[in-house]
Design a protein around this ligand. Structure first.
Ligand code: SF4
Length: 385
């Protein structure tokens, strides 16, 4: 994989379709695919379905027909991220160190920090992003379950994002000389593969993801829209602290398209978490500079490089000019993401039964030694530009 210079990769998207076809055709490779939450609410646009159509079941069916050995869901990885990052947040709140905790699931934002605010890299969460966590679990936990040599597993991520191609190739996101994720395809590239294979996408019957790394909660699903990571984290952190079920699980204060959303949440033990949800790197820079001047302070910051979050990532379908001026694409895709959450019976990451199983059988507990080895990473100061 080549490494791109653009911080969000949008300028140099290149196609890895042939690499993925080659992996699928290789009899010595076991090829696992996973898909980010934002892909399922946009892929249908490539096949003439209305903006905001949820195509989760058709997408799983299409991926199986393309020849992948297992069809997993990055939403499981998002749930795992919440377990690790929520625990990290509680620990930093207790120690008072490296606050605010800043999310690290957006590679555009992480690289922006490495270039522009290298003295604040300790504030970034050490958690790998959801698809990297998922890839790491495929090549350790799942490989062990199946008795397959992880060197013979290829992990393919379908992402709304061109910057994820750069992230997938970072050497910090590997274990034992194996990348956690081998190839990243964008939503557009997946659509091209489905068309190339002659699959009648619109008329496919819905299918489910495979177990155990294909079952995610509603909380993991909303990662695709701005505010989603914060809402998912709050659903879990609140219950971890109180031990009681939440009355209302929808934190509407962190939703919506305002560029910077500030909110304070009181935990059941009396502590408060001051949150900021930011999307767009211009907004992020303004907030970082305000913090450096001492005008702002928070405990938790969620930052996404793309306006609206991953639903409008650089790898998503591009609408024609008439449709994009007529329709509020961001709002329609976000609505689809939230309705996907509402349709789930499990809507909190820590209630995902397969997440519980993963900790019981393999990782021990969140932030354990093994979890740190496989699910956490570090960052690199880079030249300022
Ligand atoms: Fe990629 Fe944009 Fe999502 Fe960041 S916000 S992970 S750059 S799609």
């Amino acid at each position: 994989q080549c490494i791109m210079a653009c911080p969000v990769g949008a300028l140099t998207e290149h196609e890895n379709i042939r690499d993925v076809w080659d992996a699928i055709a290789d009899p010595d490779q076991y090829v696992v695919v996973q898909t980010a939450p934002a892909v399922r609410v946009a892929l249908g646009e490539e096949f003439g379905l209305p903006v905001g159509t949820r195509t989760t079941g058709k997408m799983a069916a299409a991926l199986r027909r393309l020849g992948f050995n297992k069809v997993f869901d990055t939403v499981f990885g998002a749930d795992l991220t919440i377990m690790e990052e929520g625990t990290e947040l509680l620990s930093r709140l207790s120690s008072g160190q490296n606050l605010p905790l800043m999310t690290s699931c957006c590679p555009g934002w992480v690289k922006f920090m490495e270039h522009n605010f290298p003295d604040m890299l300790d504030n970034l969460s050490t958690c790998k992003s959801p698809h990297e966590m998922e890839g790491a679990m495929v090549k350790s936990y799942f490989a062990g379950k199946l008795g397959i040599d992880p060197q013979k597993i290829t992990v393919v991520s379908i992402m709304p994002c061109t910057a994820k191609k750069f992230e997938g190739a970072r050497e910090e996101l590997s274990n034992k000389d194996m990348q956690d994720v081998d190839w990243v395809l964008t939503t557009r590239e997946l659509a091209a593969m489905i068309k190339e294979a002659g699959i009648d996408f619109v008329n496919l019957k819905d299918e489910e993801f495979d177990n155990p790394l294909g079952v995610g909660s509603g909380a993991g699903t909303i990662f695709g829209a701005t505010g989603g990571v914060s809402e998912a984290a709050l659903r879990t952190v609140f219950e971890l602290v109180s031990g009681q079920p939440l009355d209302t699980i929808e934190y509407t204060a962190v939703r919506g398209m305002d560029g910077i959303k500030e909110n304070t949440v009181e935990l059941p033990d009396g502590r408060t978490i001051r949150t900021a949800v930011v999307h767009g790197l211009g907004n992020a820079r303004r907030l970082m500079e305000a913090m450096q001047r001492g005008e702002k302070s928070y405990d938790f910051m969620e930052v996404m490089a793309c306006a609206g979050g991953c639903i409008t990532g650089g790898g998503q379908p591009i609408l024609n000019a008439a449709d994009s001026s007529r329709l509020d694409v961001k709002a329609l895709r976000a609505k689809a993401i939230y309705s996907e959450d509402e349709a789930q019976t499990v809507r909190k990451s820590h209630h995902n039964p397969f997440i519980k199983q993963l900790y019981a059988e393999f990782l021990g507990e969140p932030n354990s030694h093994l979890a740190h080895e496989l699910l956490h990473t570090h960052y690199t100061a880079r030249t300022k530009y």
